[in-house]
Ligand binder design. Sequence first.
Ligand code: PEP
Ligand code: MN
Length: 347
Amino acid sequence: MMIVMKPSATDGEIQNVIDRITSTGARPHVSAGETLTVIGAIGDSEHDERVANLGLEEDPGVDRVMPIAKPYKLASRQLAQGEEASVFDIGGRKIGGNNFSLIAGPCTVESREQTLGTADYFVEKGLAVSMFRGGAYKPRTGPYSFMGLGRDGLKILQEAKDKTGYPIVTELMDLRELDAVLEVADVIQIGARNMQNYNLLTELGKAGTPVLLKRGLSATLDEFLLAAEYILKEGNEKVLLCERGIRTFETGYRFTLDLLAVPVLKERTHLPVIVDPSHAAGKRHLVEPMSLAAAAAGADGIIVEVHPHPEEAVCDGPQALRLSEFDQYVDKVAQAALLAGKTISVG
Ligand code: PEP
Ligand code: MN
């Protein structure tokens, strides 16, 4: 249920509503805007019934009480204050709203030279890159493939962060590595294959570090939002949703990039929506057109793979953009983002 307070509601009246919601076992979630306070009563259908029976509409300071139509409550745009999009600050970069996040880097951390070389290059060329990506733990389809450098990779990422100041986006696959990843990550990536790993999501909700949650290979948008809800439910409000291509019958490319997910997710949620054109395309020459389309469609950012020598990459080389061509790519993406009224946030 959602309780919309009157603009004139006092702190005492708001607190009274919070206390009454708490008495039902539902969890109050307060969204205080400049003029209006909205209080969500979060729980299951039994909680909803108990909250409805409170007759909160009669309370002083309450304007109206309405059900939250969606099964994902905290993620729903309806609950967001004034139905506005959320804007987060991560390491001095703004995410969401009129801000566009360009997250770039190699698929995986292979060596100091490759990782620092890439991050340094962005700085030297003055490229509008918002955050640096790179996996130290890699989910691979086959068990004999390179699995990432693990903790050694995290150390290299830390060095890149210290040297360049870029916030780091890196994947966590296993809760046993949570503390190590938390030390370096500004954003923890949850890969497509782990979108429904609910224990992982719950622990990340408790950890509080921002999460970039990738859409599962065959997840509907509502399943995707319910996965985000697991993180939000634990009090972590900073969840970035990432469309990275879904599995369809088409074999012409790695996955089908579902760009309709961008406007539709934005109708349903206040959370920022990022697009990963690299893993969907699987081929370098397809990455730029999909990036431009995503930016023009109103995505809040792109996470893209780039490598100094894609031919030598241990992982995902065929889809990696060439570092030497990356400046032109950044310029074009910035223009496409501008069509949707967004500028790249570089802190
Ligand atoms: C990645 O970003 O390197 C990755 C493995 O992504 P996904 O989980 O979307 O396949
Ligand atoms: Mn990759």
